[in-house]
Design a protein around this ligand. Structure first.
Ligand code: OXT
Ligand code: ADP
Ligand code: MG
Length: 568
């Protein structure tokens, strides 16, 4: 009789699992421990893919990028206070990047936390999470799990996507209720990210501005690649005939060899354009806030801006034609009204494409050397070829020089294949991002990592080996942050930005059963990476780069404050 009774019962553990599965969530990025160890085990037993990490920051970065890749919230599951705090950085990162993610953390009992009686890992996690995410909820009763999960999903993916915190006290998990009643309490979220059309007048306003432009420019951002309406974006861009540039993670949304791509004439188009249309890109620091020397004469440009968030308009520059809506609905409506669309003046497009050709020609010879020690261009020239041969491979990229050079050298030919440091320029996204990219897509992943950047998440090479993921980590090892040349002026310690010279990172991968290779020349590097992609085996290529080759902070050295009293 006891068994029969238990068959008619469910509990908090199972209701959470059922609620997630009912909403199409299959993958969990996790670090086990009290009080969620059994939850992770049960998720696995119920057929979910549970990827168990070594640090919550990396599990969280995996969940964040899973959200970007799939438009479903990526789920990170952690223990209380310290595990929660470790996961919080990536929750804030997801929110900053407008990616849907849910951080589910176990927590201590309210009665003890609220009176600060000193529980195991006591912390008022909900209060701490609130300012760092889009929404935060706590579930106290098993019968509310359906509502709690539904609200978390909707908050994460609707409107401007973002991170959501879901607080799960330990006692919730073991609460029991009738199985039938439990099932009825769950919610399958209908239309979680509803379409949002701008008003017809807003569309007409934008179209007449764009049509009148003599020097139109389109800027595609990662909101446009997130929207997953790739054909529509392409049709729109082609219909306008305007040159376009792609922000870092929007590279490949249209293939980088597209005839309208002006990425290699970036300075020229930003300076000269008379009408700039932003599609899923914010006019933030990455675009110099739409002003300054880079943008040419002040007040000479019209701005058209598509964004799902009305508050984004006028954030830095007056937006002449705001289009508040989702990109798919907005571009679809615009295209219907663009039958007789004029070709932009040849004077403009001609100047842009001439500049592009000059810049490409200037870079080309740098990409074909076989120098030892390697420089960034010699090494990246080989990776460029490899990506051309493997258009489905995903590039994960972090570092300073390793990031900036890879962005301009390696062409992407398909959408959402370039995953990087995002809006905050976060070092440490690498291994979590690579793991989720492999898990969510099944495609080969090649990471181009500065040696400093790698250090922030390097322990997860064990995770990569344990799950046998097709990830090849290439470390651009210049023995330091930006360069490997700093010294301590007092002569006491190593300089603050240098590491152990030519550290043998390849041995880390071998420690866990993967392949580890040292590459000293571009030839070595090319061979090792091609082998790794062909074998699908976890591989780490320690690419030794000239410690002198990089520059301070890569392309953003201008952001460093300068001391007037002490000279470098
Ligand atoms: O038109 P012009 O003439 O201007 O030329 C442009 C293009 O037209 C041209 N171009 C081309 N030419 C020819 N052919 C082709 N195909 C082509 N394509 C383009 O090239 C130029 C440049 O083009 P680009 O790149 O498009 O344009 P630009 O001007 O660079 O764009 C501006 C930006 C701002 C959009 C762009 O630069 C950008 O996206 N930047 C992102 C920068 C970023 O986020 N950096 C990461 C952070 S740096 C720093 O904070 C670091 N930290 C501190 C730290 C961080 N971040 N996080 C945490 C948790 N803790 C600490 C640390 C520790 S970096 C770092 C580690 C660094 O050391 P590593 O060892 O990891 O790395 P190494 O440096 O390698 O040692
Ligand atoms: P990038 O760094 O590539 O310039 P940002 O992260 O700054 O891109 O901007 C992305 C923008 O896209 C955000 O302002 C976000 O609100 C918006 N966005 C995300 N998804 C959509 C969508 N489906 N439709 C419209 N706007 C979107
Ligand atoms: Mg370095």
């Amino acid at each position: 009789p006891e068994e029969a009774e238990s068959q008619n019962l469910t509990d908090g553990f199972h209701l959470i699992i059922d609620a997630l599965k009912m909403n199409g969530i299959e993958n969990i990025y996790h670090v086990p421990g009290i009080p969620v160890t059994d939850l992770g085990r049960m998720m696995q037993a119920e057929g979910m893919r549970v990827i168990s990490f070594r640090h919550e920051s990396n599990a969280g970065n995996a969940a964040a990028i899973a959200g970007y890749l799939t438009r479903k919230p990526g789920i990170c599951l952690t223990v209380s206070a310290p595990g929660f705090l470790n996961g919080l950085v990536s929750l804030a990162h997801a929110t900053t990047n407008c990616w849907p993610m849910i951080l589910i953390s176990g927590s201590s009992e309210r009665e003890i936390v609220d009176l600060q009686k000193g529980d195991y890992e006591e912390m008022d996690q909900l209060a701490v999470a609130k300012p760092l995410c889009k929404a935060a909820y706590r579930i106290l009763h098993a019968e509310d799990i359906g509502v709690g999960v539904a609200r978390a999903i909707r908050a994460a993916v609707s409107g401007r996507p973002g991170g959501v915190y879901l607080d799960v006290p330990a006692s919730l998990l073991s609460q029991v209720m009738g199985a039938a009643e439990g099932l009825k309490s769950l919610i399958k979220v209908v239309d979680p990210a509803p379409a949002h059309f701008p008003a017809p007048a807003a569309i007409d306003r934008a179209l007449s501005l764009l049509k009148a432009a003599k020097k139109p420019l389109i800027i595609l951002g990662k909101g446009a690649s997130y929207a997953q309406c790739d054909d529509l974006v392409r049709a729109f861009v082609e219909k306008t005939g305007a040159p376009y540039i792609a922000m870092s993670m929007a590279k490949g949304l249209l293939p980088d060899d597209h005839e309208q791509y002006a990425g290699a004439a970036r300075s020229l188009v930003l300076k000269e354009a008379d009408c700039v249309m932003l599609i899923g890109a914010r006019l933030n620091w990455l675009l110099s806030h739409g002003k300054g020397k880079q943008w040419g004469e002040p007040h000479t440009k019209k701005f058209i801006h598509i964004d799902i968030d009305p508050k984004e308009m006028d954030s830095n520059q007056p937006i002449d034609a705001p289009l508040v809506g989702d990109i798919e609905s907005t571009l679809g409506t615009m295209l219907e009204k663009m039958d007789d669309w004029p070709v932009p003046p040849a004077e403009w497009t001609g100047a842009v494409y001439t500049k592009r050709a000059q810049n490409v020609e200037r870079m080309a010879p740098k990409l074909v050397n076989n120098n030892v020690p390697m420089d960034y261009h010699g090494a990246l020239g080989r990776l460029k070829r490899i990506f051309a041969d493997h258009p489905d491979a995903i590039l994960v990229n972090e570092g300073a020089n390793a990031l900036d050079f890879a962005r301009s050298v390696i062409d992407m030919s398909k959408p959402r294949k370039r995953l990087d440091v995002g809006t905050w320029g976060v070092m440490g996204i690498g291994m979590g991002t690579a793991i989720a990219a492999a898990v969510e897509t099944g495609h080969p992943v090649v990471c181009v990592e500065g040696d400093s950047a790698f250090g922030f998440s390097g322990m997860e090479v064990e995770t990569i080996c344990r799950y046998g993921l097709p990830v090849c980590v290439v470390i651009f090892n210049n023995s330091g942050i930006y360069r490997g040349t700093d010294t301590d002026p007092t002569g006491r310690d190593p300089g603050t930005t240098v590491f152990v010279k030519e550290a043998q990172y390849d041995m880390m991968m071998r420690a866990f059963g993967g392949e580890g290779v040292t590459a000293r020349s571009p030839d070595d590097l090319e061979r090792a990476v091609r082998d790794a992609i062909a074998s699908g085996k976890p591989t780490l290529v320690n690419a030794i780069i000239d410690p002198q080759a990089g520059t301070e902070s890569g392309r953003i050295g201008n952001l460093n404050p300068q001391s007037v009293v002490s000279k470098k």
